[in-house]
Design a protein around this ligand. Sequence first.
Ligand code: HEC
Length: 104
Amino acid sequence: MKKVVIGIGLAVAAMSQVYAADMLALAKSKNCLACHSVDKKLVGPAYVDVAAKYAGKPGAEATLVNAVLHGVSGVWGPVPMPANPQVTPAQAKELVTWILSLKK
Ligand code: HEC
């Protein structure tokens, strides 16, 4: 019984890390991390830089969900992002919400 109580306490404390790990796993399974990392520019921009660029911009989420689903070019440099048909609109929204929550 004591173990259960401690377990619940730990689970609550660990929830934000679990969310981050889940989203990282989703990004990895959808191949996003082939071109992106959270804090380093690879082929595409670092996700913390995406969050900084769009912080406080109205409509950022819709713009980025659209970019993830259908691809985008000319925003960050000469290399375009191809469309990601392996991602559902709901997953794209989840990923974008997570990306926008990241801080440097
Ligand atoms: C083949 C490489 C590649 C893959 C795979 C890829 N991206 Fe990108 N991504 C890019 C590049 C390159 C850019 C910059 C495009 C530009 O300059 O317009 C970019 C831009 C972005 C942006 C910013 C868009 C904007 O309008 O500012 C987001 C958000 C993003 N990617 C998320 C994702 C997510 C989520 C996935 C996985 C579902 C993913 N990317 C998969 C290469 C990739």
